[in-house]
Ligand binder design. Structure first.
Ligand SMILES: Nc1ncnc2c1ncn2[C@@H]1O[C@H](COP(=O)(O)OP(=O)(O)OP(=O)(O)O)[C@@H](O)[C@H]1O
Ligand SMILES: [Mg+2]
Length: 249
């Protein structure tokens, strides 16, 4: 067996002296579709941003396929993007940005890159909108464009931050199909979400986070009442036969 797709050891990170990630350790094996689950403010985005290198950790170690994280190994979809929407850029331009990591210095994207970008758009159901200006899209379409940009990176590990946010139910279903297809192709996915029922029914692994790692591993091992109680402290969650009930105390 090769090295883990992702290994995080004793990772600490935070903002202005406030701890957001406390001694976070877990690993994800290659070919997993893993949910990163936790309530608002539990550190999901901070963790993904630290893995991708957008945020510097206080301490700890991250390895991707046994190596220090490198752009070519990681595809990333942010939870929020603050682009300059006033620029006249198209959907295809945004997705082509995902190809820049593959290009050498001073190389401009060529025909092969455009084909890859169009394939990525097709996979998220956006091929017909490639020529549209990004600011003319709906919120859900913008999210799908950012996902296509992550796919266009053709990285073996995808870190996706809330890819389902703001999507209607059929589109969410299509994305789940897409994720399962990517996993069959050998891709490893770590998907941040607070949609626990989605993870419970469609994912195979999970990391439960609440500043610390509460549990990680195969879903059938980690999806327990105790883990949910520790993760979503303010809620009482009961799981029965694959169904999830949430109650406030
Ligand atoms: N740029 C920032 N400056 C200061 N504090 C921040 C910043 N970003 C996040 N935090 C704080 O760090 C903690 C973790 O935030 P993070 O965004 O990682 O949580 P999250 O699990 O992604 O939440 P959500 O489900 O709402 O996306 C929170 O307490 C948050 O207020
Ligand atoms: Mg977040």
């Amino acid at each position: 067996m090769g090295p883990s797709a992702l290994e995080v050891e004793e990772l600490w990170a935070g903002y202005n002296g406030h701890v957001a990630l406390e001694a976070v350790s877990f690993s994800i094996e290659q070919g997993c579709l893993a949910g990163l689950v936790g309530p608002n403010g539990s550190g999901k985005s901070t963790l993904l941003r630290t893995i991708i290198g957008l945020k510097r950790p206080w301490r700890g170690r991250i390895t991707v396929f046994g190596q220090p994280p490198r752009k070519s190994l990681l595809g990333y979809m942010p939870q929020v993007e603050v682009p300059d929407w006033s620029l006249p850029i198209t959907v295809l331009d945004v997705v082509l940005m995902g190809r820049y990591g593959k290009l050498g210095v001073l190389r401009r994207p060529g025909k092969a890159d455009r084909i890859k970008a169009m394939e990525a758009l097709a996979r998220v159901g956006m091929a017909d909108k490639a020529g549209r200006r990004i600011q003319e899209l709906s919120g859900g379409e913008q999210r799908r464009t950012l996902l296509a940009r992550a796919l266009a990176q053709e990285a073996p590990l995808l870190l996706l931050d809330e890819p389902f946010a703001g999507l209607d139910a059929p589109t969410q279903h299509e994305l789940l199909h897409l994720f399962q297809g990517l996993r069959r192709e050998g891709c490893t996915l770590l998907v941040a979400t607070h949609d626990l029922s989605c993870v419970a029914t469609h994912f195979d692994h999970a990391v439960f986070l609440n500043r610390r790692v509460v549990a990680f591993g195969p879903l059938h091992e980690v999806l327990t009442e105790e883990v949910l109680r520790q993760t979503f402290q303010r809620h009482l969650l009961l799981v029965r036969e694959g169904e999830i009930y949430a109650e406030h105390d």
